[in-house]
Design a protein around this ligand. Structure first.
Ligand SMILES: *Cc1c(COP(=O)(O)O)cnc(C)c1O
Length: 398
């Protein structure tokens, strides 16, 4: 008999849990898109998004998921046949590089494996070797959601500057924005992409490209930018129709307005601190479990772990078995392992991921950890004891 009835918990790394306030804000009749509440709201959404990104630059919005923002960022900065350098720390780095290849851009890939952050020195070496300065942009994924590796973007900027290379620094913050500390301007990021459905707690379907003046100059020099992806009219919109190159995603915007209100009421620094504490609680539990069983955190060094997603290895077929158990027996959906196949486990069934981004608090995290422990017991997966207490200690400030 399943015990799963009650409010389910979707603990995958996006889409994330939607706050009731966001759901309520979206539950309204179709608004007039030309005048009234919706157009009036737009002027406030832009600066509030920029506050989350910590930038005085500009933002263009798209009716698209993160893949659309990837393509938009490239379409405005890199011409067909030009070159980029992609520092890859997991599946999503490859995904962005693949989008570039599809646009006729040549992507040089620096593969860091799936258990490490970006090595700024390797990026610097690759840029130094580019004596003709052909590389137009360095692409980096801040938190690669497949590996849960988090890279030091400020150090990456310093490495690029040390070489004196003019390439733009373009960063994917789809999994990290409003979860992990990110400072677009202070860290010298030229272009940043984000989506609505992770730290921003809104359904998937809207994405954002933030860019600074340097990137705007690069855009101005590009021979041809596809009209729909062109960030220029969107970022300088004067009437509602221009923000999205057509009809606005009306209900997403009502949800986003509610989410931004929640974010700024809590404060972005407080949100970063909440995610850090809850992430440390999860790691503490995982360390205890791992002491008495096969569980291990994919990223060894805490400094390079995401505060929004945790990739774990249990060994085949335990990962998939655990996910099935927590879903069907307890109403908790855990994330699949992504890009994590191994020679003796081609489907990556030994891995799983915990999404802990956005609208999460101690009772959700402790309940999630306690449920995973029940799954370990039910499935006879060996594990150390006292994990939930260890997490509670962290949350209590111990
Ligand atoms: C989720 C995610 C993406 C892809 O976003 P979609 O909305 O699924 O297109 C890209 N990069 C990172 C880091 C992500 O977490």
């Amino acid at each position: 008999m399943s015990l799963a009835h009650g409010r389910p918990y979707l603990a995958i790394p996006g889409p994330s849990v939607m706050p009731d306030a966001v759901l309520r804000a979206m539950h309204v009749a179709s608004p007039n898109i030309y005048e009234g509440d919706l157009p009036a709201m737009m002027a406030g959404i832009v600066p509030d998004l920029k506050r989350v990104a910590r930038t005085d630059g500009q933002v263009a919005m798209y009716i698209a998921n993160g893949h659309g923002a990837w393509e938009a960022a490239l379409a405005n900065t890199v011409g067909v046949g030009e070159e980029i350098l992609v520092a890859v720390t997991g599946r999503f780095g490859y995904g962005w590089a693949d989008m570039a290849e599809g646009q006729g851009i040549k992507a040089q890939i620096l593969d860091h494996g799936r258990q490490s952050p970006i090595d700024p020195q390797r990026v610097a070496d690759a840029l130094r070797a580019d004596t003709d300065r052909k590389i137009k942009a360095v692409l980096a994924v801040h938190v690669d959601t497949s590996s849960s590796s988090r890279s030091d973007i400020a150090a990456l900027r310093q490495a690029i500057d040390a070489v004196g290379h003019p390439a733009l620094l373009m960063v994917d913050c789809i999994a990290s924005l409003a979860c992990d500390v990110f400072e677009m301007d202070a860290w010298g990021v030229d272009v940043m992409v984000a989506g609505s459905q992770k730290g921003l707690m809104v359904p998937p379907g809207v994405s954002f490209v933030f860019f600074n003046a340097r990137a705007a100059d690069v855009r101005a020099a590009i021979a041809r930018v596809p009209r729909y992806w062109d960030w220029q009219p969107r970022a300088n919109a004067e009437f509602p129709y221009q923000y999205f190159g057509g009809t606005s995603p009306t209900h997403h915007l009502f949800g986003l307005r509610a989410a931004l209100d929640m974010i700024h009421a809590e404060g972005i620094e407080a949100i970063w601190a909440r995610h850090a504490t809850l992430a440390r609680a999860i790691w503490a539990a995982c360390d205890v479990w791992g002491d008495g069983g096969p569980l291990s955190l994919n990223i060894t060094a805490p400094a390079y772990r995401s505060h929004a997603v945790t990739a774990l290895r249990l060994g085949a077929p335990y990962g998939s078995a655990l996910r099935t158990w927590t879903d069907t027996e307890a109403g908790l959906v855990l994330g699949i392992g992504l890009g994590m196949s191994e020679p003796d486990d081609p489907d990556g069934t030994g891995f799983f991921r915990i999404g802990h981004m956005g609208h999460i608090n101690p009772h959700m995290i402790l309940g999630m950890l306690g449920t995973i422990e029940a799954g370990f017991i039910a499935l006879k997966i060996p594990h150390g004891s006292g994990a939930v207490s260890a997490a509670a200690q962290v949350i209590a400030g111990g």
